[in-house]
Design a protein around this ligand. Structure first.
Ligand SMILES: Cc1cc2nc3c(=O)[nH]c(=O)nc-3n(C[C@H](O)[C@H](O)[C@H](O)COP(=O)(O)O)c2cc1C
Length: 331
């Protein structure tokens, strides 16, 4: 265990976004604040709260919080910082009429891809611009509240993951250019940035052609970190929260191969990260964790004692309205 800690000591550990459902009337409540405060510590470099909908945007589910001027956001950022972690926030939007599927795998994933292409085709230049502007506006609000790491959610089949993908959006280069400018502007203000992508959607045919080009186009953007996730929510959630050893291994290998293609960029890798041997991993990889820290708020101090795969945390898929865990007893 001491050796693990030594190997990881020069890397930065991120608590990755969790849509907790701890909201009242769309606003984070005390449960939300406590959830993040109790998991933040000097051992955790950055706690990324999320996902949080940009003003004017659309939620991933009915209990996704929307960013606003409400001072609860400042209290959340302050409480994370007071516990020793950098306060981060993941900004996201879906689109009008979006419904996340309850099943873990879609019966017809090609249909979701076709629908996504049609939807993106129907967006005007001004629709896309106003979507991207709302991320800039949201980043301003978040910074005012005290968040110091802004993550752009361009993963999991939500709107930005469609807009950045040249296979779905013929104007993806413009979108990538606008995101690059946003990252530069935030950096100029001393704010750390990341962008989260899905390396695969989960649709085998779609993924077999052009995924590397997408990954490379994002890895070249001037964000401080590229957060490598996988899976589209409405195609295959097993890639988002891998549990099977083969899925965990293939996510790690894919992440490593992207990192090796871009040795000067920093990557956050996730998917049971602390089960891997970090000895030989290059120093541009940083661990992102989620379920272990949900299950045990003190996981970083007790690394043998984390998630046991009870699957209770998938509250939306189970028809519930907030996070629960078989190990951690939430309110
Ligand atoms: C209950 C739950 C909610 C999640 N919500 C989000 C989210 O809002 N945004 C996001 O990018 N990822 C979300 N994730 C995915 C995690 O951030 C993480 O990438 C994934 O669980 C794999 O990491 P792990 O193996 O350490 O759990 C969620 C995961 C869980 C279990």
């Amino acid at each position: 265990m001491t050796r693990d800690i030594d190997i990881l000591s020069h890397r930065r550990t991120f608590f990755l976004a969790v849509n907790t459902g701890f909201v009242t009337d769309g606003i984070p409540d005390q449960r939300f604040l406590d959830f993040y405060a109790t998991r933040s510590s000097p051992e955790l470099y950055c706690s990324i709260v999320g996902n949080v909908v940009v003003p004017g945007g659309y939620r991933t589910n009915a209990v996704t919080p929307v960013l606003s001027e409400n001072l609860i956001w400042k209290h959340i950022a302050d409480s994370i910082a007071a516990k020793g972690s950098l306060p981060g926030i993941q900004l996201a939007t879906t689109w009008e009429g979006y419904i996340g599927q309850k099943k873990f795998r879609a019966l017809n994933s090609a249909a979701f891809i076709s629908e996504a292409c049609r939807f993106v085709d129907s967006m005007t230049i001004s629709d896309v611009e106003s979507t991207l502007n709302s991320f800039e506006f949201a980043a301003d609000i978040a910074i005012k509240h005290g968040f110091r790491h802004i993550q752009i959610h361009a993963a999991h089949g939500y709107l930005l993951s469609l807009l950045i993908d040249y296979r779905i959006n013929r104007n993806s280069a413009t979108v990538l250019g606008t995101l690059a400018s946003l990252a530069e502007r935030l950096k100029g203000r001393g704010i750390e940035t990341s962008i989260r992508i899905s390396c695969k959607t989960g649709d085998a045919d779609f993924d077999s052609n052009g995924a590397e080009r997408l990954q490379d186009s994002v890895a070249n953007l001037p964000f401080d970190y590229i957060d490598l996730s996988s899976g589209f929510y409405n195609i295959d959630k097993r890639l988002i929260y891998p549990a099977r050893p083969d899925v965990i291994d293939s996510r790690l290998h894919e992440s490593i191969s992207i990192g090796l293609r871009h040795p000067t960029r920093s990557f956050i890798i996730s998917g049971r990260t602390f089960k891997h041997d970090w000895t030989d991993l290059a120093s541009n990889f940083h661990p992102g964790i989620c379920r272990d820290l949900i299950a045990n708020p003190r996981f970083l101090q007790e690394r043998h004692n984390g998630c046991q795969n009870q699957n209770r945390c998938h509250y939306y898929s189970r028809g519930e309205d907030h996070l629960t865990c078989g190990r951690w007893l939430s309110s």
